[in-house]
Write a protein that binds this ligand. Structure first.
Ligand code: 0O2
Length: 221
């Protein structure tokens, strides 16, 4: 490969990755708008935190190799749909579905895949809602439809997934048998905690609504 070819390749690769960076920028803006407006309407903030990342070149190459995809930009673009990833941590399980719906019903967002690992957790206990989206990115000379993955989970789900991920890599992806069972047990406990918090949250909403109704009645009287 000569210098001219190398320059052309670098140009192509940089432009390829730019689309994903723009997809993240666009999605982050959408999430911030939803967050602010939801806060205004419902008087509380359903989003605890948002983290976005671009897949590293190393991790991207590993995935292409592992899945046996063709090594061309066109094939990578079509097959690797999590080059741009956003993880949203919500307060309650119901917030996850509400937020997913708010994202999915936007006109320029197409939900390509909807993977509900909350209703149906992975065998190891992993829980999260994954959306593979396609959004248009408007470049100087074209419109590029770009895939991105949005993972939405509660704080408890995130806590479990972060530590499980650390343990998984600590043991070089071979977790001892008893730990697998204990991790799954921990995932069930995290789910129970989420359900308890959801019940408390609903109770508080009901009390608040009842108080508001009483106040309204008093105003009318
Ligand atoms: P990273 O570093 O987070 O990007 P694939 O994406 O093709 O490998 P699949 O089945 O299409 O697999 O996607 P899946 O499993 O729905 O989602 C993959 C991503 O979800 C992972 O990305 C993790 O972020 C997360 N995830 C899925 N399963 C688990 C799990 O058991 N434990 C933890 N901690 N996270 C999980 P990457 O690319 O593996 O890593």
């Amino acid at each position: 490969i000569d210098l001219k070819e190398l320059r052309a390749l670098k140009f192509e690769l940089t432009r390829f990755m730019m689309a994903y960076k723009f997809a993240l920028d666009e999605m982050n803006t959408k999430i911030n708008i939803l967050k602010e407006e939801f806060n205004y309407m419902h008087d509380y903030n359903p989003i605890e935190h948002v983290k976005s990342r671009l897949k590293s070149p190393e991790s991207l190459l590993k995935k292409v190799h592992r899945k046996g995809y063709e090594f061309t930009l066109a094939s990578i673009k079509e097959n690797v749909r999590d080059i741009a990833g956003i993880r949203i941590t919500c307060s309650f399980i119901s917030d996850i579905y509400e937020l997913a719906e708010m994202i999915a019903k936007q006109k320029d967002v197409k939900v390509v895949e909807y993977k509900d690992y909350i209703k149906k957790p992975k065998p190891n206990g992993y829980q999260s809602l994954h959306l593979i989206l396609q959004i248009p990115i408007f470049m100087s000379d074209r419109e590029e439809l770009t895939y991105l993955e949005v993972q939405i989970r509660t704080i408890a789900m995130d806590f479990w997934a972060s530590l499980e991920h650390k343990i998984y890599y600590k043991y070089n992806k071979e977790i001892p048998g008893h730990m697998t069972a204990e991790l799954k047990e921990a995932a069930v406990m995290a789910a129970q905690l989420d359900q308890k918090m959801e019940r408390l949250h609903n109770e508080i909403i009901e009390i608040k609504q009842a108080n508001e109704e009483t106040q309204d009645c008093m105003l009318i009287d």
